[in-house]
Design a protein around this ligand. Structure first.
Ligand SMILES: Nc1nc2c(ncn2[C@@H]2O[C@H](COP(=O)(O)OP(=O)(O)OP(=O)(O)O)[C@@H](O)[C@H]2O)c(=O)[nH]1
Length: 839
């Protein structure tokens, strides 16, 4: 029978002695915390002890331990009585010592040979000169794996070379790097001169038959090169030693590697190959194919077990979650590039010269778009409606806990998700059952340290709304405050999502990986620590809490904390973040010290400040104290992060953030730019979407509205109380500060415009003037031809998506909604504020 749950003390209680468990998960969930910990300690030991036995599974072993009340010896005794021993040949420990030695030697010599051969081949693929000789230890064993060396070479290239316009950066994961390398190799082979392609076409064709879904079809050379002739001299017998590429007469022309501009895109860096000598086609190709696949299999060096190897290779050939998102990003940028191409073709003097090809067309209308926006507007209400059950807002504010939204930013792998998973777990926002489930699932794929990071992902999956805005939010509560976490991905390719995330919050938690060398790689190289922080500053984040994370990995060493803090403080000063806007908390997301209430290790005496959660509570309270008075005076403004159709006709569900003022059920609001006035029927808040009587500035809520035309509402639309009009515009003047630029910004330069969750293709229409960075009212220069790095300027910006205007507010109207970010070719090029609309 199913275990019963005792709600009072949070423990499971036995209703019946004969409890049956269908699977391991059921037993895990049945145990209380203490039992679960004991089990986690004993179970691995039991498994080890039963290695020579067959016929057991995890549930059986766990049940035995559980039934013997965690007396491991007794449990094992009983299990061994019931189980059969494996046959001698299946038990390596039963082999004679000599046999074991012989087997080990045979295996290791096989592995060394394979690795050496692969290294020869790969060395040529990725240029030996760049990799350098492989470091070995005193026993002659390689110090780093081939895959590691390839990944590090790739990493160096990505981080030292300018990026080409449409470059989509590879995922940081090794698997993705190697997959990308494989694809780049393919692309380069496709562009190789026809006369040199014959061997490669064969390789490609072989690969294509095997994995047609992964590899794009190879272009056939225009003039086919006759197959290489085979003569006896060059005959390679099936029994001979596998040839190296030199023996096969194949060399790579590496001149493309010197082209530093394209280096980042070239991945493994092969541009051409030339067949020098003839070879026996069949044997050579099958060998090459094997080697090629081995080299490009991310799993190659790790195992000799063929089944495992095959399974792993198959798994790695599937698109990883990273790859799926990267692919979507790539498509999005391709669309932008298409639009930008059309935009570039337009001269400023004659903006209507959009070529027919690049002009956008409506699916239902074959005509190219006109300059006039295609947008349905509705009848805007002019008089407000009263709340259905009016409440006294002052009394409501008095009893309401302060609310704070924050984003977690930082370099890839800085431990952001783990930190948030830990935080949610420790404050009680996720239950034990979920954590145990995630632990089991992550252990199954050998990534047990990720189980806390999966907490954020898990909640994201459960909340469909994350899909549109590509960020996820999670609510939690402490005794003092309520919070909304906005999770921003660290990877460079997700910066647009990070912008959307950062622009929705009051505070940023900057996660810094304090482990040895990790901070440096996230900071000094082209990492996201700097870009995210600059974005946070540009988008009006009020306070940055620096979570000095992974301090457990440096034994809570104060010197490390001080070094990183001083380097970051200099950087903060450079970008105008004041010291009173920052707090510093040493912590470990993995083990929990410094996050909520887990105390620091006894040895850590140098930090006496608040934990991460306490720091968040302090800021939340002080912002609330300073601003709650304004809430009753400001007009209600709301930005939309997600829109869906309600269950009733003409009902829309809008998820977003209250940007100013307050709202109650029964009030009428207008949605811009479609100017449709709708009635707010319900306000829902929190992870459980509980109905609340009112929402105030800073709250993340869902508004159920009636009388809506859902098809005319989009992410990024603004909602305002009746009587407060919002302009919708396509052109505006802006005061911007440029970032580090590879190329100057010119009139006509296409950019991607970001305002909160709203993202639109745009272009710089006019450079009006250069202004003083400290005081924008001081004009330094008029008649500006281009903008370089780190310059402050007044510019006119034009949105190039003509079908729909977007609702805009100036900075003076709303400090948050008036902020913008401009990106170009995957890089943030400027940030600023909107000064005036429709210039
Ligand atoms: N020693 C130690 N390792 C940690 C800590 N926090 C995270 N890690 C490890 O660091 C790795 C990355 O952690 P994540 O939480 O996935 O990092 P992330 O910043 O969310 O990664 P992205 O979302 O890919 O940018 C995982 O292997 C974690 O187990 C910590 O406090 N101490």
């Amino acid at each position: 029978m199913a275990p019963a749950y005792d709600d009072d003390d949070g423990d499971y209680s036995y209703e019946d002695d004969a409890v049956e468990f269908q699977d391991e998960a059921a037993l895990d969930d049945y145990m209380n915390d203490e039992e679960y910990e004991l089990m986690n300690d004993m179970f691995p030991r039991a498994k080890k002890d039963l290695a020579e036995y067959q016929g057991w599974d995890n549930l059986k072993v766990k049940l035995a331990i559980f039934d013997h009340e965690f007396n491991l010896d007794e449990a094992l005794k009983e299990l061994k009585r019931d189980l059969k021993k494996k046959k001698p040949e299946e038990t390596p420990s039963k082999m004679s010592a000599l046999e074991q030695l012989a087997r080990r030697r045979a295996l290791s010599s096989k592995k060394v040979n394979a690795t050496e051969e692969t290294f020869k081949l790969t060395g040529r693929l990725s240029t030996l000169s760049t990799l350098g000789p492989r470091e070995r230890n005193s026993n002659g064993k390689p110090l780093s794996s081939l895959a590691g060396r390839l990944a590090s070479l790739q990493y160096k290239r990505e981080n030292t070379s300018p990026k080409s316009p449409d470059h989509v950066k590879p995922s940081h994961s090794l698997a993705s790097r190697l997959t990308l390398g494989k694809n780049n190799l393919q692309e380069q082979v496709e562009s190789a001169p026809d006369s040199r392609i014959s061997l490669y076409s064969k390789l490609s064709a072989l690969r294509k038959t095997k994995d047609s879904s992964q590899v794009p079809p190879m272009k056939e050379p225009q003039d086919k090169v006759p197959p290489p002739q085979v003569n006896d001299k060059d005959h390679i017998s099936a029994n001979s030693k596998p040839p190296t590429f030199e023996e096969l007469g194949v060399v790579f022309n590496l001149h493309a590697l010197s082209d530093s501009h394209n280096l980042a895109e070239k991945s493994l860096g092969i541009s051409e190959l030339v067949t020098k000598r003839d070879l026996k086609e069949k044997t050579a190709i099958s060998r090459l194919k094997r080697k090629y696949e081995d080299v490009h299999s991310p799993y190659f060096p790790s195992t000799n077990d063929q089944t495992a190897k095959k399974q792993a290779s198959t798994n790695f050939k599937k698109q990883s979650p990273d790859d799926v998102v990267l692919e979507a990003q790539k498509r999005a940028f391709e669309d932008v590039a298409k639009v930008s191409k059309g935009v570039e073709a337009v001269t400023l003097e004659n903006p209507k010269q959009v070529s027919d090809e690049s002009a956008d067309t409506d699916e239902n209308d074959d005509k190219p778009f006109s300059k006039e926006p295609v947008m349905r507007t509705h009848n805007k209400a002019t008089s407000p409606t009263k709340p259905k059950n009016p409440i006294d807002m002052n009394a409501f504010l008095h009893q309401k806990k302060p609310h704070l939204s924050f984003v977690v930013i930082g370099h890839v792998d800085a431990g952001k998700s783990t930190l948030m998973g830990r935080l949610l777990y420790d404050v009680g926002a996720v239950d034990n059952k979920l954590i145990r489930k995630l632990k089991r699932e992550s252990e199954m794929i050998g990534k047990s340290s990720f189980h806390l990071a999966w907490v954020m992902d898990q909640t994201a999956e459960e909340r469909n709304r994350g899909v549109t805005v590509d960020i996820c939010t999670s609510d939690f509560e402490t005794n003092a405050s309520t919070f909304t976490i906005v999770d921003a991905p660290g990877h460079r390719d997700f910066v647009p999502n990070a912008i959307a995330g950062v622009s929705q919050v009051d505070v940023a938690v900057l996660s810094i990986d304090c482990s040895t060398d990790a901070f440096e790689s996230g900071f000094n190289l082209d990492g996201q620590t700097k870009e995210h922080t600059i974005l946070a500053r540009s988008l009006g984040v009020r306070h940055i809490i620096v979570a000095m994370n992974k301090m457990d990995s440096v034994d809570w060493y104060e010197g490390r904390f001080i070094d990183i803090k001083s380097e970051l403080t200099n950087f903060f000063e450079d970008i105008g973040i004041k010291s009173e806007q920052t707090s510093w908390v040493p912590c470990s997301g993995l083990s929990g010290e410094g996050v909520f209430d887990k105390s620091y290790p006894a040895g850590l005496t140098w930090y006496k400040g608040p934990s991460l959660v306490k720091s968040l509570e302090n800021i939340s309270q002080s912002l609330f104290d300073n601003e709650s008075a304004e809430v009753t005076k400001e007009p209600f403004l709301f930005s939309t992060f997600d829109v869906s159709q309600g269950t009733k006709p003409n009902e829309a569900i809008l998820f977003g953030r209250v940007e100013s003022g307050h709202i109650q059920g029964g009030e009428t609001v207008t949605i811009y730019p479609s100017e449709q006035s709708v009635l707010v029927t319900q306000i829902l808040a929190g992870n459980n979407q509980v109905q609340v009587p009112a929402a105030i500035k800073g709250d993340f809520v869902t508004l159920k509205v009636r009388n809506a035309y859902v098809e005319d509402i989009q992410v990024g639309d603004l909602v305002a109380i009746v009587g407060y009009d919002i302009e919708s515009a396509q052109e505006f003047s802006s005061q911007i500060l440029t970032f580090k630029l590879d190329r100057p910004l010119l009139p006509g330069t296409p950019v991607m415009f970001f305002r909160g969750s709203c993202e639109q293709p745009a272009r710089i229409k006019k450079l009006v003037s250069l202004v003083d960075k400290a005081d924008a009212s001081k004009i330094i220069k008029k008649k500006v031809r281009h903008l370089g790095s780190n310059q402050a300027a007044i510019v006119e910006i034009e949105l190039t998506e003509k079908k729909r205007r977007i609702p805009l507010t100036t900075f003076s109207q709303n400090k948050r909604l008036g902020r913008i970010v401009l990106r170009k070719e995957g890089r943030t090029v400027a940030a600023g504020v909107i000064k005036t609309l429709d210039v």
